[in-house]
Ligand binder design. Structure first.
Ligand code: GRG
Length: 304
């Protein structure tokens, strides 16, 4: 394997190549919908507000590492995931949920458009995500596989249940096992779907998919722990959203449960586990430089 610096620049080069195409795809897809102007504006507002695009980039990266051509259908599947993820952020920010004013460095959707339109913009993004997959030229069996997996990851067996567990867990001390289960659903399920979808599009073997799933679980866990840590150690300007909320709202987080040092240790362990899965995938014939570069996302982990 090459050194971290090369791996990172490889991912940066990859992002440079694909990010603007993905963003153009998202904007033109939403702009061309035959719907109410205000609704489309609200959907476009949050999708175009920035965002790291980690989930769609995982799909594109897995296709590239598996030597699957990144064509319009791959962009469509990647874009559909970003549409759905953006819905979850809009609804998460609502007063009845996390009640946030800022997201991606801009006013949250309901602050800009009002609560009713924000709920409907989220509904619109969630539903059109599936239409976006349906419109591809992929085989019907692949479309059905992707749609079922996305519905499972995002719905009551995944993210929605995670969100419910999060709300019901407020002001209660969860055990580490309960916290892990909550995070696996709320954050991990969509990251797992990203890897699965990349694998389906690339026609990976069952063994490769199984190891990619292990990578996704570790990466998703690291992602959530890091998000919890950033809430403690970073500023609103750095994050583009309110910080230090978890403690004041008695949320269940890694730093709350085991202190900042304990959270950093868990983060390091999850990163090592993710890298170990990549080493196995490499032995199975997949390239892994780009996926390894995703682990550099946690490079700021020594901020204290
Ligand atoms: C409303 C059903 C429903 C679910 C909401 C996504 C979510 C579930 C809640 C967001 C709360 C949160 C901060 C979760 C931690 C990890 C996470 C999903 C962060 C946001 O994702 P990023 O960092 O955001 O990829 P960007 O803006 O870069 O896309």
């Amino acid at each position: 394997m090459s050194g971290t610096k090369t791996m990172k620049s490889e991912l940066e080069r990859f992002q440079l190549q694909h990010l603007s195409v993905l963003n153009d795809y998202l904007e033109s897809y939403l702009s061309n919908l035959n719907g109410e102007r205000t609704l489309k504006d609200a959907m476009l507002y949050s999708v175009s507000a920035g965002g790291k695009r980690i989930r769609p980039m995982l799909i594109l990266a897995i296709c590239c590492e598996s030597r699957r051509k990144i064509d319009k259908d791959v962009y469509a599947v990647a874009a559909s995931l970003e549409l759905l993820h953006t819905y979850s952020l809009i609804h998460d920010d609502l007063p009845e949920m996390d009640n946030d004013d800022l997201r991606r460095g801009q006013l949250t959707n309901h602050k800009k458009f009002g609560q009713a339109i924000a709920v409907l913009a989220g509904d619109g993004l969630l539903t059109t995500a599936f239409e976006c997959i349906g419109k591809t030229n992929l085989d019907d069996s692949i479309k059905a596989t992707l749609m079922s997996a996305l519905a499972k990851a995002a719905g009551p067996q995944g993210m929605v249940s995670g969100q419910v567990a999060d709300i019901q867990g407020e002001n209660k001390q969860l055990t580490l096992a309960q916290l892990q289960e909550l995070h696996q659903r709320k954050t991990g399920a969509l990251i797992d779907y990203s890897c699965y979808a990349g694998g389906v599009l690339s026609a990976l073997s069952a063994a490769q998919q199984a190891e990619l799933h292990q990578f996704a679980m570790s990466f998703g866990l690291a992602f959530q722990i890091y998000d919890d840590i950033l809430d403690v150690v970073s500023t609103e300007k750095q994050m583009g959203k309110a910080v230090h909320k978890d403690q004041s709202e008695h949320k269940n987080t890694y730093p709350e449960l085991m202190g900042l040092d304990g959270a950093y240790r868990q983060l390091d362990a999850a990163i090592l586990k993710a890298q170990a899965s990549l080493d196995i995938l490499e032995k199975m014939g997949m390239k892994t430089e780009l996926l390894s570069g995703f682990l550099d996302y946690f490079a700021r982990r020594k901020i204290k």
